[in-house]
Ligand binder design. Sequence first.
Ligand code: SAH
Length: 229
Amino acid sequence: MAESLGGAGPPGGGPAEPELRGPRRRLLDTLRERGITDLSVLRAVDLTPRHLFVPQAIQHRAYEDAALPIGSGQTISQPSVHARYLAELRLTGHERALEIGTGSGYQTVLLSHLVEQVFSIERVRELLDRARDVIRRVDARNISLLLGDGTFGWREYAPYDAILVSAAAQDVPRPLFEQLAEGGRILIPLGGREDQMLTVATRRGDTLVRRDITPVRFVPLVGAYGWSE
Ligand code: SAH
């Protein structure tokens, strides 16, 4: 598909990928139609070439507002879900954020445009290796990756102002609560193995103040403080 170049790529926004900027613009229109109004989130979507994060065979579908398979039995979420998810965190650009479930790395890169520093953990080695390659390609430099069970968090860099959990649990894993800064927010799908409620919770001292956002279906968070394999 031929798309006009329309100038060089945005500064710090990764490669220009001119041939797919048109579809990406259409995705932005779809997100606006679906009620995403947060300008910093829309900008992050605009700066992030989603087609690099999905398998080659389905790259032509990368700018549909659809969840897509990324291999190893995992999926990359619908862009409107990512956008909603990120908008709920009300990020200012100064945060230290922890992400559990790097997956394709797409959300990791979105997040990197919205905060100061991203720490992201993935338990499947092949996914992490692929994500690392793409992250290098788009030249995102404020991302640190770790292979392991994210239900333990990443104590070394705690506390985090924001924690995003991209897989579903029955409850907030204790270590993640402990690594959340006072007033920090955690986004996590909570519920059963199949159906969950996307929940945002704010830390107030020893408690979490919870708010339901929307029903969702995420893959299970597998780990010591999550589901068993
Ligand atoms: N945000 C991702 C979606 C990934 S799907 C994206 O944009 O592509 C959820 C991911 O969570 C999967 O890759 C899965 O392997 C990972 N995951 C599940 N349990 C985990 C755990 N305990 N620690 C780290 N990653 C985990």
